[in-house]
Write a protein of this length. Structure first.
Length: 425
């Protein structure tokens, strides 16, 4: 059979669907867990998430160093002993401190879930929190910071984040030499005691478990002490700037990194489906307008991409690319040109269909493991989006019209309001 490399394959309309949802486990202790028993291979991923990200830290760096110290030894095991146990069972461990949450994850064979959960439990409940280990982490952080200062993309991203949120907003905080030096072991211990408590934890288990896994997890949950301090709701003012420009000079740089954007409505807003389509058309995929203009036609860059970031407390949109320093200003002009064009002209039905097909196809192809289904569920759970959010979003995306995209462009994507950062030459 000869492949047709000229005509695209016929598009199959998306039929109504329902994502696989995990089972919710509740016990008398009050601890909540979710288990999704799916898959063919006997592997699983265990995640324990705490509301202990940047949003909750008293000052910059506390969440990051507290999270990292959990892996650097317990009262019973050194950091090397922890790594030996993980290697012994052929498992993989990672800790991810984020803007809102900190997640500890173990990937392992299903038959080794019990010893891996015991190790994770020990790391959370009995971390050593040694001054020597903190000093090592600080030294590594300083080295990474020094290396990042040589990267124009880092300089642009740091300046852009500060521009959008300011130094006092949790999302605007960055690790630099001053903040690294300020972090103290006493403050880390206080933060750990308050933030990494079982009464605030969410447990997620996905994959093909052994027989009795659900019962084992329920029994483990019953033994957890959830008596402890409850977090109050925190709020921070976001400046939401518009039409701001920053130039970050980097001596010796040949290229410049460009980052531009502004805050946008959240995914709970009725206009979000139109924003989603707008972003894909402008710069969300390889065939986008920005790629066609700035990469294919102008040859300014190898790639340019736009994206919407949806954190729990704030949403923003940005365009980012790396170009020769001499082309930075011209690149900004072309970004504004394409944004203005989205305001002035309706998207053609053919382009709209291509982008919708791409979005639906990408979404479906992303659901290839039990882990990906759990990731979708976690997004709805933490953002309180509702169980049918993705099913409804796909339906709404297919219904978006060219007129709605143009209206969204005029109201929420004004090129004259772009906040722009150019770092480098």
């Amino acid at each position: 059979m000869t492949l047709d490399r000229i005509n695209a394959p016929a598009f199959v309309d998306l039929e109504p669907f329902t994502l696989i949802k995990p089972d919710k486990l509740n016990t008398a202790s009050g601890l909540t867990a979710f288990i999704l028993e799916q898959g063919q291979q006997e592997v699983c991923r265990l995640e324990i998430t705490f509301p202990a990200g940047k949003w909750y830290e008293p000052y910059a760096g506390i969440s990051y160093f507290t999270s990292k110290l959990l892996t650097e030894g317990t009262k019973k095991k050194s950091s090397s002993a922890i790594q030996q146990v993980i290697a012994q069972y052929g498992s993989f461990f990672e800790v991810n401190p984020g803007n809102d949450q900190v997640t500890l994850s173990i990937f392992c064979l299903s038959r080794y879930l019990k010893p891996m959960l015991a190790l994770l439990e020990e790391m959370i409940e009995e971390p050593l929190m040694a001054a020597e280990e903190l000093n090592k982490l600080k030294s590594q952080a300083r080295q990474n910071y020094a290396l990042n200062l040589n990267k124009t993309s880092y300089l642009a991203g740091r300046a852009y984040t500060r521009l959008l949120f300011g130094d006092q907003h949790p999302y605007g905080r960055v690790l630099d030499d001053q903040t690294i030096e300020k972090v103290s072991l006493d403050d880390i211990k206080k933060f750990h005691l308050h933030a990494f408590h079982w009464n605030q934890a969410s447990v997620f288990l996905s994959g093909k478990g052994e027989a009795g896994t659900k019962t084992f997890l329920e029994e483990w949950m019953k033994r957890k002490n959830i008596q402890g301090p409850l977090k109050g709701k925190l709020s921070f003012e976001s400046p939401r700037p518009v039409s701001q420009s920053i130039k970050v000079e980097k001596e010796g740089a040949v290229q410049s990194s460009v980052k531009a954007g502004f805050c946008i409505p959240s995914r709970l807003d009725a206009v979000f489906p139109a924003l989603y389509i707008y972003n894909e058309i402008l710069g969300g995929y390889f065939g986008s307008r920005l790629m066609q203009n700035i990469r294919e036609d102008k040859g300014f860059t190898y790639g340019i991409h736009s994206a919407m970031v949806q954190d729990i407390h704030t949403s923003y949109w940005s365009v980012q690319t790396d170009v020769n320093g001499d082309n930075a200003e011209a690149t900004v002009r072309e970004i504004k040109f394409e944004m203005q064009k989205m305001q002035d002209e309706l998207v053609s039905e053919n382009e709209l269909k291509v982008v919708k097909n791409y979005i639906i196809g990408t979404f479906i192809s992303s659901l290839d493991t039990p882990f990906s289904f759990m990731d979708r569920f976690k997004a709805t759970y933490f953002n309180e989006l509702g169980d049918q959010y993705y099913e409804e979003l796909m339906r709404k995306l297919l219904a978006v019209t060219s007129q709605e995209i143009q209206e969204a462009a005029k109201k929420h994507f004004d090129p004259q309001q772009l906040n722009i950062v150019i770092a480098g030459k």
